[in-house]
Design a protein around this ligand. Structure first.
Ligand code: BTN
Length: 322
């Protein structure tokens, strides 16, 4: 009932609908409509100029919902599963994947209690401050090539932000989206592979984009290196969360169709914020200082080491020396 009502309101944002029209179109009583609307109010939805004449679903509502996302998507590739709160959308989606969920299934949430970052780090995911979602993929792809999912996703996020906010963001190899030297978005792809063939069974592509700062500020470990969309553009567009999720999915779907052609690598390289800069390689055989020199056609990072040799990194994490 809640989702049906939301769907009706999403299709009529900013316009007056009478209680009896709602009841008629959903095939329920007026009392049931009133109850469901107070449920929506309890969830934080706002109505403008509510009067005896009916309800106006406010243009300003910025809460994630499946119908809110479907409204901005073309086609029906995606099944959106909305959880008000979850440990990690990646973990929740992996469970659905094990149980046979279809490619294109998306888990979205308002907050994660155990948001995961790469290399065992946590991804700070407070309520209402960002979009946190995961997309299930079942590509015919060698596990060794799964980095291209992440690389394409970072380009998709960048394009989505450009489309919605007209702002240019940068990509920090491998998969963080940055603005003004601070992290705006993190991407974590987790995969299950078949050992014998080396092909993926499935991949879960998890994306977290910060939209606004938490009321009490960021915890110390994130404070100096985290940014959010409200620092890029002010005021932010109405209904941004649903729009942003839909736009990232749309942009990613386009790139995913021809993932192995790697048409996005040039853009990925042009958007890099580390080329030419001193970096610190954080793990692996080359851990230590280096200079980021190039990104090759396989998204490897070519670095100059202190001994003058070059090395190609195909995964890992680096920090920028400021
Ligand atoms: C990183 O910063 O190293 C990657 C962060 C990835 C965060 C996203 S939010 C949605 C999905 N669920 C998770 O637990 N992590 C990813």
């Amino acid at each position: 009932m809640k989702e049906k009502l939301l769907e009706l309101f999403e299709q009529n944002r900013g316009t007056l609908i009478s209680g009896s029209d709602i009841a008629k179109s959903l095939g329920v009583s007026r009392a049931a409509v009133n109850k469901a609307i107070s449920g929506l109010r309890d969830s934080g939805y706002k109505f403008d100029a509510t009067s005896r004449l009916g309800y106006v679903f406010s243009e300003k509502n910025d809460i994630i919902s499946p119908s809110g996302i479907y409204k901005y998507l073309n086609g029906n590739k995606h099944k959106i599963v909305h959880l008000d709160e979850v440990n990690s959308t990646n973990t929740a989606l992996k469970e659905l994947a094990q149980n046979g969920a279809q490619e294109g299934t998306v888990v979205v949430t308002e907050m994660q209690t155990g948001g995961k970052g790469r290399r065992g780090k946590r991804f700070f995911s407070p309520r209402g401050c960002g979009v946190y979602f995961s997309l299930l993929l079942r590509p015919r792809l060698k596990a060794a090539d799964s980095v291209f999912i992440t690389v394409a996703a970072s380009v998709a996020v960048r394009r989505a932000i450009k489309h919605l906010l007209h702002a240019d963001t940068q990509i920090k190899w491998v998969n963080d989206v940055y603005f003004n030297n601070k992290k705006l978005c993190g991407i974590l792809t987790e995969a299950s592979m078949e050992i014998e063939s080396g092909y993926l069974n499935y991949a879960v592509l998890g994306i977290g984009i910060n939209i606004k700062p938490p009321e009490n500020g960021y915890p110390e470990e994130f404070a100096f290196k985290t940014t959010n969309l409200s620092e890029i553009s002010h005021p932010l567009p109405d209904d941004l969360k649903n729009k942003l999720i839909a736009e990232v999915l749309t942009q990613f779907d386009r790139l995913y169709e021809t993932l192995e052609q790697k048409d996005y690598i040039e853009e990925y390289k042009e958007a890099s914020c580390i080329l030419g800069r001193k970096i610190e390689i954080l793990a692996g055989p080359y851990a230590g200082p280096a200079v980021a020199e190039d990104i090759d056609s396989d998204a490897n990072l070519i670095v100059r080491l202190p001994n003058g040799n070059t090395a190609a990194l195909n995964s890992g994490d680096v920090s920028i020396c400021l």
